[in-house]
Ligand binder design. Structure first.
Ligand code: FES
Length: 580
């Protein structure tokens, strides 16, 4: 893509607040000066916001105040004025009912803060799963120069001689407890060993995936995704990002210049190559909506289909982000895509150059971590998009995390009406289920849960786990943690709480899954399905007030990114009125 930098010097947006001798200008400057800022910092230089999702209640982002200081070094050094501000920080590990319910709230906060404040550009400091997409969504809707710096992954976990990854080993240990192979005391002992340092989950979970998506989109400096949170080079990345944003402001290099269709196709292919989280599907669709691109589930299927998964990281593979970093990180993967003809090489990045320029000279330092294509974890690693009478608007499955033998399967449905029903019955030794059955979980979509919880990889019944069986076909309208695995059909749409076909599946119905044919079929007649749907009534009442009510009424389906309908699109940076 060719990009022509704006002329410099020129009058910047921040001068609408700080320029001149009007009452308003003095008001704006005077109050800022109570922080001890010298007068010449308001002389027309770039004023750069640092949008920080730091919070002690978002443990994955708890070190971001330190990184913000490093960003400030870079901004000052390049001749800008840094101003840090907080936004709502949705934490995957501590927020109820789901962090996803608050992704859009965070994105609204970011959008309104960036637009309403006296800044010319913004550095987006994110780490935990929802914070990266939320910040990019908000920034895209304003379209001022913006750049991501990630918090970076935690160091590797270790437990009794075994390397353990965030989330993934939690699911494994939890199943081992339920199968009687691990005591509860051992389970508790494992918890501290999984989280040894600041940072985000160290598997290729959603946080690592979204950091990789930001880099593949061109919205972060090359190499940003994999540097461990506590590695000194993470601070260097923050410092360099601070320097770079000042030049981006001068050039007027905006998200709309970078987040193009080609950039999203690069990101989709990158997601397949890294074995990334299914959550990336929803987040990228929502981000594309913010820049006015008509990205669809079909684009996900089309672009990802021929891309092998070559990153050998948990949950699909064996290693963790620390090894990925030492192997060369995401630039090596992007280079491989380019060499295979699977990359839009001239996609623009925050560097002002092309994505290919960033990666063409990198090397792979560990072929056990970034595999040769002949040893790919999955030949077709892209997210499979399934359609059929059970998912008219689509559903997704991650082939690299699934069991090959189950990718074509016909089985008897065992239905759980909601997550409480599942929890109440799953441990019942009399539950009528065997390993050939298809577990169906309803009412866990955006409206149903609410927020579309990560419960789609529902644990198997203990009596099946005791047989040594670790995977069954599972179908729901929920999401799945990026750290999870299994033959799990997710995001089934329309969701049960909106009266989609999933709502009328009954225990005993036969269900057919055929991933190769991209088919998800409920084996009942069209007439029977129509009659059941006509009889359907909602199980839950809509919340009467508060954010939950707004969320229920305005959230869209996962096939368009589960954004709010009124937030789609870019509304620009114009504010209009003065504050006084
Ligand atoms: Fe925050 Fe995994 S829970 S990154």
């Amino acid at each position: 893509m060719s990009f022509t930098p704006a002329p410099w010097p020129r009058k910047l947006r921040s001068q609408e607040w700080f320029g001149g001798t009007s009452k308003d200008a003095i008001y704006h400057r005077s109050w800022m000066k109570n922080q001890g800022l010298p007068a010449d910092l308001f002389d027309g230089r770039p004023v750069v916001g640092i949008c920080n999702t730091w919070s002690e209640l978002t443990p994955c982002n708890a070190h971001l105040r330190d990184l913000a200081e490093r960003v400030k070094f870079g901004i000052y050094e390049a001749g800008g004025l840094p101003v840090e501000f907080p936004v709502f920080s949705p934490s995957e590990s501590t927020l109820r009912p789901t962090a996803m319910m608050y992704r859009n709230l965070c994105a609204m906060d970011v959008e309104e803060a960036v637009r309403g404040k006296c800044i010319d550009g913004v550095v987006l400091l994110a780490g935990c799963d929802k914070t990266t997409p939320a910040l990019l969504m908000g920034a895209a809707s304003v379209d001022l120069p913006a750049i991501v710096v990630s918090g970076g992954p935690m160091l590797n976990g270790h437990f009794r001689g075994e390397k353990v990854g965030s989330g993934t080993h939690l699911w494994r240990f939890s199943e081992a407890v339920r199968a009687g192979e691990m005591t509860e005391a051992e389970f508790v002992e494992a918890e501290a060993s999984m989280s040894r340092s600041p940072g985000s989950c160290n598997t290729m979970g959603t946080a690592s995936t979204m950091a990789s998506m930001a880099e593949a989109l061109g919205m972060a400096l090359s190499g940003n995704a994999a540097i461990p949170a506590v590695d000194s080079r993470r601070r260097v990345m923050a410092h360099l990002t601070g320097r770079r944003i000042v030049d981006m402001v001068k050039d007027d290099l905006k998200p709309s210049d970078i987040m193009t269709r080609e950039a999203f196709e690069n990101a989709i292919r990158t997601n397949a190559a890294i074995g990334g989280s299914t959550n990336a599907v929803i987040h990228l669709l929502a981000m594309a909506g913010r820049v006015g691109l008509d990205l669809t589930l079909d684009d996900w299927d089309r672009c990802g289909r021929d891309v092998p998964t070559i990153v050998n990281l948990l949950p699909s593979g064996q290693h963790l982000m620390e090894e990925f970093f030492h192997a060369g990180g995401l630039p090596v993967v992007i280079k491989r895509l380019g060499e295979a003809g699977l990359l839009h090489k001239d996609a623009l990045t925050v560097s002002g150059g092309t994505l290919w320029d960033e990666v063409r000279d990198v090397r792979n330092w560990n072929e056990e971590v970034i595999l040769p294509v002949e040893r790919a974890l999955a030949k077709s690693g892209g997210i499979a998009v399934l359609k059929g009478n059970l998912a008219p608007l689509g559903a997704v499955l991650k082939p690299s995390a699934a069991t090959p033998a189950l990718m074509k399967h016909r089985g008897r449905a065992v239905v759980f009406e909601d997550i409480d029903d599942y929890k109440a019955r799953i441990n019942d030794e009399d539950l009528d289920i065997d390993e050939s059955c298809v577990m169906v979980l309803k009412n866990c979509g955006p409206r149903g849960y609410p927020g579309m919880a990560e419960v789609g990889n529902m644990g198997l019944p203990p009596k099946i786990l005791r047989k040594g069986i670790t995977d069954m076909v599972r179908i729901s309208d929920a999401r799945m943690s990026g750290t999870a695995y299994g033959t799990v059909v997710l995001h089934t749409s329309p969701e049960a709480a909106r009266g989609g076909p999933l709502a009328v599946v009954r225990s005993g119905d036969m269900i057919e899954l055929d991933v190769e044919a991209r088919r998800l079929h409920l084996d009942i007649s069209d007439e029977e399905l129509a009659a059941r749907l006509a009889d359907w009534t909602p199980r839950m009442e809509a919340p009467a007030s508060g954010y939950a009510s707004l969320y229920h009424d305005r959230v869209m389906g996962p096939e368009t990114g589960a954004d709010f309908d009124f937030l789609v699109g870019c509304r620009g940076s114009a504010v209009g009125k003065e504050s006084h």
